[in-house]
Design a protein around this ligand. Structure first.
Ligand code: B12
Ligand code: SF4
Length: 498
């Protein structure tokens, strides 16, 4: 372990948790919302008596251009000086997206320079997938692999002099020039036992005023929430198991709706974006959440920007979801070709069932959005055309086509780069870029095909939407100013795509 301040005897730590800002391409969608992971960790640390401070680089500073990218938030040097001013005993830095890695390692180096005795901890998806790489290529002292709450709490308690790094499951750390990887920590079993995210430590009103959801939203006063962790599937391009594991762990409906109530009462929140990977996996739990929202008369709208499991949705549940405020569902359909779905992506959904669910959702008055991915090794032009065909004729209101991206911790990463190989330029791991060709297409061709699919789909939708019967149908469904705002948002986005 590195040389640090000696805290033997002192019990409560001063901890600064940080999320750096991000750089996005000119045409890239992005979102800014509270750093929920840091807020969860902070809540657990506060409950243990530690003093916590959160600095989110994405909400500090202003958007500006840097090397052909837009920087959303505060540059690295400014952030380092803010952290220095907070004078912490421990700094925790989050790296949620791999494309942020360059900034995270620069920030870590600057901090080690100006605060050599302060313990630096990394966490989030990128360091969790590549702990050794992250320690070798940054000045951080340790990495917390996976779910952060319990490991960070134990680490903070160790700094109070009660445990050793090598005794803390879920940690990787530097030890006299070599790297030690401790055994993994079991996931938290009872999610109701964790306190709600410490939103009182962030500037909620600033997120509400300036926050941004990647799709359109109905109400300006929105925020994000997480009602379950993990997903039982194992899609080839998905890295969520690195942090959450494959077992789906739900919070109880009462616990979820208590948090919604707190958001409504304390922050006057009008809209919730549930960022679960699989919120409706348990049909009964989903129905119970809706019943409680309706029963407690909570006046909110809600949506699922990351995708819901189609298998569990039926007509009755969709109508109940609508009654409880759901206005938009995103479906992770991924491909319109059965072979790609089953053999390449390994996602157990049926396309005919998906069509049915889209129809039910539309009947219930819910906007339907589809996520598709193209550019897998072995995927042919015919298969890609099936995906466009499905997106067009399944009746989806909107869709997005991403390029298969080999994020660390995924099967696709191993498939594209081989075991033990590491990509040296993580900045390319974003949704509007391709890192390599696929065998059938070059990298440039894949990017070109993605643009064509997006244009083609929206041109098709545009022609449908300007038909008098469609206009009438949309107008008939406008019941409030927020419905109108949502639709105009959708259509201006549509216009912006060309
Ligand atoms: C919500 C979300 C978004 C939102 C972000 C809104 C926001 N700012 O909150 C939106 C829709 C904008 C988005 C966009 C993208 N996303 Co996204 N997103 C997620 C999602 C679903 C949830 C993240 C989250 O908030 N989780 C909840 C909190 C509680 O968890 P957490 O932050 O992970 O924190 C825990 C641990 O990671 C750890 N931890 C985190 N930070 C730290 C720090 C320290 C010091 C420690 C010790 C521990 C620690 O402890 C926390 C508590 O247990 C994840 C997948 C997932 N299920 O987590 C993908 C995910 C993070 N996204 C991903 C990606 C790639 C993207 C995109 C590039 C597009 C795409 N292809 O999907 C864009 C890029 C960003 C952009 N341009 O805006 C990848 C990242 C993979 C990678 N290695 O880069 C993920 C993992 C999904 C995947 N595809 O596998 N995303
Ligand atoms: S269904 Fe979604 S969350 Fe689950 S493994 Fe597949 S992509 Fe990941």
């Amino acid at each position: 372990m590195g040389c640090h301040k000696n805290y033997q005897g002192s019990s409560k730590m001063k901890i600064t948790l940080v999320q750096p800002s991000m750089k996005v391409g000119r045409r890239e969608f992005y979102g800014v919302a509270p750093p929920l992971g840091l807020c969860y960790i902070a809540a657990v640390l506060e409950r243990s008596g530690h003093k916590v401070n959160i600095i989110d680089g994405m909400i500090e500073g202003s958007t500006h251009y840097e090397d052909n990218f837009r920087r959303i938030g505060m540059p690295v040097a400014g952030l380092a000086s803010r952290i220095h001013d907070s004078d912490p005993d421990i700094i925790g830095i989050s790296c949620m997206y791999s494309f942020m890695w360059e900034d995270v390692s620069r920030l870590s180096a600057i901090l080690k320079d100006i605060m050599p005795d302060t313990l630096q901890v990394l966490g989030g998806f990128h360091p969790s997938a590549l702990p050794e790489y992250s320690l070798e290529n940054s000045s951080a002292d340790c990495v917390i692999v996976g779910e952060g709450e319990e490991t960070f709490r134990e680490l903070a308690d160790f700094y109070s002099g009660s445990a050793h790094f090598s005794d803390i499951p879920g940690m990787a750390f530097k030890n006299n020039g070599s790297i030690v990887l401790n055994p993994p920590r079991p996931h938290i079993r009872n999610l109701d036992s964790i306190p709600f995210p410490a939103r009182h430590l962030i500037r909620m009103e600033k997120y509400i005023q300036t926050g941004k959801a990647p799709g359109s939203q109905k109400n300006r006063r929105f925020t994000t929430m997480l009602t379950s962790r993990g997903c039982p599937n194992n899609c080839v391009f998905c890295s969520i198991k690195t942090v959450w594991g494959q077992k789906w762990r739900p919070r109880s409906p009462e616990n979820v709706v208590n948090e919604i109530e707190e958001l409504v009462d304390r922050y006057r929140i009008k809209e919730i974006h549930f960022i679960d990977d699989n919120i409706s996996l348990d049909k009964k739990r989903m129905a119970d959440i809706c019943e409680l929202i309706i029963g407690r008369d909570l006046d909110i709208s809600w949506t699922t920007p990351n995708g819901v499991a189609v298998n569990t949705l039926d007509r009755e549940l969709l109508y109940k979801m609508k009654r409880s405020g759901c206005y938009q569902l995103a479906f992770g359909i991924e491909s319109g070709n059965e072979h790609v779905l089953r053999r390449i992506i390994r996602k157990p959904i049926s396309l005919s069932r998906t069509r049915e669910v889209i129809r039910y959702a539309k009947d219930a008055g819910i906007w339907t959005h589809g996520f598709f991915v193209i550019g897998f090794p072995g995927e042919t032009w015919e298969m890609i055309k099936d995906t466009l065909g499905f997106a067009r004729d399944s009746g989806l209101d909107s869709a997005f086509f991403s390029i298969a991206t080999p994020f660390p911790g995924t099967e696709l990463y191993k498939l594209m780069f081989g075991e033990g190989m590491e990509l040296d330029d993580f900045s390319k791991l974003r949704n509007m870029d391709a890192v390599t060709g696929t065998g059938n297409f070059t990298r440039e061709e894949i990017v070109d095909i993605q643009r064509r699919l997006i244009r083609d789909f929206y041109m098709f939708r545009f022609r449908k939407e300007i038909r008098p019967d469609s206009i009438l149908h949309r107008l008939k469904n406008i019941r409030s100013v927020s419905d109108f705002r949502f639709l105009t948002g959708k259509f201006s986005r549509l216009a912006g795509i060309w």
